[in-house]
Design a protein around this ligand. Sequence first.
Ligand code: NAD
Length: 377
Amino acid sequence: MKIAVARETRDGESRVAMVPELVEKLTGLGYAVAVQPDAGRHALIDDEEYRSAGATVDDGALDDADLVVSVQPLGTDAIRRLPAGAATVSFLPTGQEPEIVRQLRDSGVTSFAMELVPRISRAQSMDALSSQALVSGYRCAIVAAGLLRRFFPLNMTAAGTVKPAQVVVLGAGVAGLQAIATAKRLGAVVKAYDVRAAAAEEIRSMGAVAIELELETLEGAGGYAREMTEDRAARQRELLAPYIAAADALITTAAVPGRTAPMLVTRQMVEAMSPGSVVVDLAAETGGNVEGSVAGEVVRLGNAQVWGGRNVPSQMPGPASRLYAQNIVNLVTLMTESSEEAGAARFAPDFEDEIVTGACVTRDGAIHHGPTREAIE
Ligand code: NAD
């Protein structure tokens, strides 16, 4: 059977779903691997590297593929080219892509969404939300350090002492914890806040100060946060205001699954920050944690520069692709009856497995994922 690696076509997408160093994991399972030309170009991987790793590079890679792997969902034209019975694995935000989901259903494609892989221990190695959030969190801290026109670390020099930067991180999930760790490594003094009770200990374990507010914590299902009421949101903003006013850099990474990002910081709170301060809003493209942030732009609000994240993992396409490709290999391995013989692997997802069934969006001409089916049909 053949796995095709698609060239990404969406604006601003620099990642690729497979890297040469992991091609042999797929050929080792018994798959043939075909890559569309220039698939790795933006991640600085050339076609020759895929060939040397044992893949073919072929414009018609998708036409006879049994499985197509990509980062973003395939486009309409690519889906039309898939042979009957083909499968796809990619990110597939079903709420934002109803037309693509319908087309996958109507074409009889078995599609899997990386964001639907259940976040259980057994699936950790397939968890692309986490691997990409890790890249985003690192990147946010580096962007903040780059925009700030002062040192992150304490500097004691013959010419005097330079105080370290004060960094505040809101939201301490995978991305937030990585932002904390990176800002700490750069020597900043870091304080962080998250609505989940368990987060305080995780924040401390990264060497940061956990901001404790006199507010109820908000745990939801599956270890995620719950949405705030407007009253609680207003009180949280009020209690966080002095911490934000004192920060040189503010990094926001808060999210609630299935909802637009919670608005944690008003324009007024940003305007109270000191001259030269920096705000990095990772959530800008899902509604924004910071009022006035714009995805993909740096805007000025009061004295602060406000950077809005847009496809942030794609800004580090090499490592983001490597981690994503490993997630793909692990998921594909779970769905494979492997064979010693080249090309003889069988892609045979076991729908009794909670990871497989949880990640499946369309199958047998129907929408398999319940919430998507209810929203679309
Ligand atoms: P996420 O991207 O959904 O949210 C980011 C963070 O924002 C979360 O920590 C959330 O609590 C926080 N948040 C939401 N509303 C907030 C508000 N009003 N103010 C401040 N913070 C707010 O979350 P994530 O990073 O994907 O992960 C969240 C949880 O899931 C963590 O507990 C993490 O350990 C867990 N997790 C488990 C697995 C696994 O078991 N495989 C994998 C990844 C994450």
